[in-house]
Design a binder for this molecule. Structure first.
Ligand code: NAD
Length: 358
């Protein structure tokens, strides 16, 4: 198992260091894991003048999986767009053809008070959102801003993008959604806007075709506006949601906030062969960087997802997940999830606690 480790910027180095402790435990237990570190984002710009240095991309391509911390920071905000850290991230996703983005929204019962919703609505929440990541209105052509002149000769600027999905693009992400539903509660909700958009009409047709391969999975469809409402009204009705790039972008952020802390949520982005990039959903948190305050659990849980989805090793994934559950149950909390009566720990101490619980 070759893992490219890209800590990135800000708290990225601190949280990835904790995930490495988890990998070290597994290595000591005899697993054949090889890790190699490289620079990305601002760190890539600093060392090679490029947010995705050639050598980093080559390493990522040669590895089975990529573990990423976070990129970005105020120091880089004034750079030309192509040199900004976030460009490195977008490019590596595209270069590795990571078309399926998996974002769990999971809430440990002990952390239910961290959510802005009533504890009884969210306690025990466990949803998986599968978002298509390389198509849709974000990449569709034509796109642009141009001056258009009306019949009276009056011109004004018009901005336009194209929502487009091919059958094959929908089919491959639908298979990912059904495959994950098979391993979970066997319920899949396909979210689109087929009452208004032809692109969504095709999406709905193709998902229904793919469903024939998964007779055990109960398929439902929902319009995106209703899904946005249902996610806050009764989120526990969902098991797996599969949706396009723009709808998934919005719904997955909404779902992540149901669980209160951004420091708890991992993500995976997969290609056709289950090669993946694994990263916490949060950014580089410049406000707490370098202070040993960050919550490393989202990154550690990203390692768990790596074992589940890329290495097909459910037992190791469970071992990591259970260790995280144990430290939460014991009352260890970094500042972002701390409440009265719990023990406040640093980023490093949280990593050590997970290792001890393993
Ligand atoms: P952010 O996620 O970095 O931080 C938002 C808030 O959440 C901050 O108060 C931060 O302290 C807190 N937070 C985030 N992760 C935490 C953790 N693990 N533990 C405790 N608290 C945590 O978002 P932002 O402030 O909007 O962006 C900061 C930088 O990160 C920007 O440069 C942005 O472009 C970049 N960014 C990168 C990614 C990524 O690498 N995938 C994602 C989002 C933002």
């Amino acid at each position: 198992m070759k893992i490219a480790v890209l800590p990135g910027d800000g708290i990225g180095t601190e949280i990835v260091a904790q995930a490495m402790k988890v990998l070290d435990v597994l290595k000591k237990d005899g697993m054949k894991i090889e890790t190699e570190e490289a620079a990305i984002g601002g760190a890539g710009y600093d060392t090679a003048g490029d947010p995705l240095p050639e050598s980093t991309l080559a390493l990522a391509k040669a590895s089975d999986a990529v573990l990423l911390g976070a990129v970005g920071g105020p120091r880089y905000d004034k750079l030309d767009r192509p040199l900004r850290p976030e460009r490195g991230l977008l490019r590596i996703r595209k270069e590795l053809n990571l078309f399926a983005n998996l974002r769990p929204a999971l809430l440990y019962p002990e952390l239910a008070s961290a959510s802005t919703l009533k504890p009884e609505v969210v306690a025990g929440l466990d949803i998986m959102i599968v978002r298509e990541l390389t198509g849709d209105v974000y990449f569709g052509q034509p796109r642009g801003i141009e001056v258009r002149v009306d019949e009276n000769g009056k011109g004004e600027r018009v901005g336009f993008n194209t929502m487009v999905y091919s059958e094959s693009e929908v089919r491959r992400v639908a298979h990912v959604g059904f495959g994950i539903a098979m391993k979970r509660g066997k319920k899949l909700c396909s979210v689109e806007k087929a009452n208004v958009l032809e692109c969504s009409e095709l999406w709905r047709d193709v998902v229904a075709e793919v469903a024939k391969d998964y007779p055990e999975v109960e398929l439902s469809t929902m319009y995106v506006d209703n899904a946005a409402m249902q996610l806050v009204r009764n989120p526990k009705q969902f098991d797996v949601i599969v949706t396009g790039n723009i709808f998934g972008d919005i719904l997955s952020d909404e779902a992540s906030m149901l669980s209160g802390s951004i420091g708890m949520l991992p993500s995976a982005s997969l290609d056709e062969n289950n090669k993946g990039m694994y990263e916490p959903i949060h950014g580089s948190a410049p406000d707490i960087a370098g202070k040993n305050l960050a919550n490393p659990l989202a990154t550690i849980l990203s390692v768990s997802m790596m074992f589940k989805y890329t290495f097909g090793d459910q037992a190791t994934a469970d071992r990591i997940d259970n260790a995280v559950k144990k430290v939460i149950a014991k009352g260890y909390r970094t500042g972002d999830i701390w409440t009265e009566g719990c023990e406040k720990v640093s980023c490093g101490q949280m990593g050590d606690a997970v290792v001890a619980a393993m």
